[in-house]
Design a protein around this ligand. Structure first.
Ligand code: NAD
Ligand code: TYD
Length: 370
């Protein structure tokens, strides 16, 4: 039995991690700290909170006094750090929150962990897992080898720069103070509970609602799609069995350009409507409701500034050292994800009303079709 602190546990990957952890390690005590920003959602956690299977604390990781109290109260010996501002487009509009949470918040968490583990002589048995991104490595051209753990850092967006800074801080705490830290750098995740502003949910929801599918630039940008269930299993493997001080890259082995991803989403929705006529009544604005392809909604819009061309992960170290290989096939994972968004309409409808609308107007209002 261990006492675990999961930061950002009300976000996309955090919620999935909480559920995976709860199912596979029922004896561990889980505490989630989350500032409940626009990206948080606790609907899926509510049954666990009510049945006291997890403890949810609303608060910021920048609050050192709160972190100290939580460590004293719950005696954590494992920290899985996922809390972050995570959307590249928002970091371009307004980078400040990214520096505050991703850099200063990570620093406050490192300090609280180190102080508590040192004072209680728990350094040896404790683990601090910092969840980071492949975006710290910058952008690859078409023929360059995939990112590995020794690829130099070349972050291009304010988001990537803030995550790179946090990785460096974590490393410095391990080397300088002996904090038992590990870092993972993963590729783009997809799956249930992802916020509707990210590529895959945005395209699914827009297609269902008959809205334009806005592909930035010419859609040739490539991402290496990782199913969130594979990612969560990898995170648990790293925190439990990884070597302290090491970095592990986690990737899906599924490189796809954005045109292909959006095309696959359209085909998956077209097929779902052809199989289930009830969907036509539920989503009458979707082109598939009139037996037209959702592809008719694809629109190419002004590119993101500094848009990284390609990310790809070499995950050999994770497989060789920890025996974890990502196994979800992209077409199957995407089909399951499309089904999840169709079945969980109430979940995303609650999010896309309200402040989400303001973001959509801000991000897409000035992007002309190209
Ligand atoms: P998310 O934006 O869905 O969730 C982040 C969560 O952190 C939210 O619940 C938010 O409320 C919380 N949070 C933000 N600021 C906070 C603060 N100051 N204190 C406490 N909580 C705060 O992000 P995600 O997609 O779940 O990503 C989780 C982690 O994985 C992040 O560190 C991100 O950089 C990393 N990552 C994500 C992806 C991806 O594809 N989603 C890829 C690579 C790395
Ligand atoms: P995103 O989900 O924002 O993740 P990241 O930028 O961290 O990789 O975007 C994934 C890719 O999809 C990226 O190349 C940008 C592109 N994209 C679009 O073409 N249109 C959109 O509306 C969004 C949100 C993203």
């Amino acid at each position: 039995m261990a006492n675990i602190l999961i930061t950002g546990g009300a976000g996309f990957i955090g919620q999935n991690l909480v559920h995976t952890w709860r199912k596979t390690r029922p004896d561990d005590r889980l505490t989630v700290i989350d500032a409940m920003t626009y990206a948080a959602n606790i609907t899926s956690l509510e049954p666990l909170i009510e049945s006291r299977q997890i403890n949810l604390v609303k608060g910021s990781i920048t609050d050192g006094a709160l972190l100290r109290d939580l460590f004293d109260q719950h005696q954590f010996t494992r920290v899985a750090h996922l809390a972050a501002e995570s959307h590249v487009d928002r970091s371009i509009e307004d980078p400040e929150a990214f520096l505050t949470t991703n850099v200063l918040g990570t620093f406050a968490l490192l300090k609280a962990s180190l102080d508590f583990w040192r004072a209680n002589k728990l350094l040896e048995q404790s683990r601090f897992l910092h969840v980071s991104t492949d975006e710290v490595y910058g952008s690859l051209s078409a023929h360059e080898p995939a990112f590995c753990e020794t690829t130099p850092y070349r972050p291009n967006s304010p988001y990537a720069a803030s995550k790179a800074a946090s990785d460096h801080l974590v490393r410095s705490f391990e080397v300088t103070y002996g904090l038992p830290a590990l870092i993972t750098n993963c590729s783009n995740n997809y799956g249930p509970y992802q916020h509707p502003e990210k590529l895959i949910p945005l395209m699914i929801i827009h297609a269902l609602e008959g809205k334009a599918l806005p592909i930035y630039g010419d859609g040739s940008n490539i991402r290496d799609w990782l199913h969130v269930s594979d990612h969560c299993e990898a995170l648990i493997a790293v925190i439990e069995r990884g070597h302290v001080g090491e970095t592990y890259n986690v990737g899906g082995g599924n490189e796809q350009n954005n045109r292909n991803v959006v095309g696959l989403i359209c085909e998956t929705i077209d097929r779902a409507f052809a199989k289930d006529s009830k969907l036509k009544d539920r989503f009458p604005a979707c082109p598939a409701a009139d037996d037209r392809s959702c592809r008719s909604l694809i629109t190419f819009v002004t590119d993101r500034p500094g848009h990284d061309h390609r990310y790809a992960i070499n995950a050999t170290k994770l497989a060789n050292e920890l025996g974890k290989r990502c196994s979800v096939d992209f077409a199957a994972g995407l089909e399951q994800t499309v089904r999840w968004y169709i079945e969980n309409e109430a979940w995303w409808r609650a999010i896309i009303s309200g402040s989400y609308r303001t973001w959509i107007e801000k991000n897409y209002g000035n992007r002309s079709a190209v």
